[in-house]
Design a protein around this ligand. Structure first.
Ligand code: SF4
Length: 72
């Protein structure tokens, strides 16, 4: 399966690029209540989990856990 083009408006993220494009190799989306949950796997420094599952109550209940604040 081909990876989707990920569009994101979070411009202060290390992975954000011009045109609202995400350059991360892997992106982990979680429900908000698990935003700080440690993930057991990593790829290129990004943490993720291939097995844990959740159910969101709506689009305002999800977040990108791969976000990393840009330092420069
Ligand atoms: S890692 Fe998440 S927050 Fe950062 S640019 Fe990609 S989708 Fe946006």
């Amino acid at each position: 399966m081909e990876n989707p083009l990920v569009k994101c408006s979070i411009a202060n993220c290390e992975y954000w690029e011009q045109g609202n494009n995400c350059s991360a190799e892997v992106i982990m989306i979680e429900v908000n209540k698990h935003a700080d949950r440690p993930q057991p796997q990593t790829k290129d420094g990004a943490a993720y989990d291939s097995r844990h599952q959740d159910s969101a109550s709506g689009i305002t209940d999800t977040c990108c856990q791969t976000f990393a604040e840009r330092k420069h």
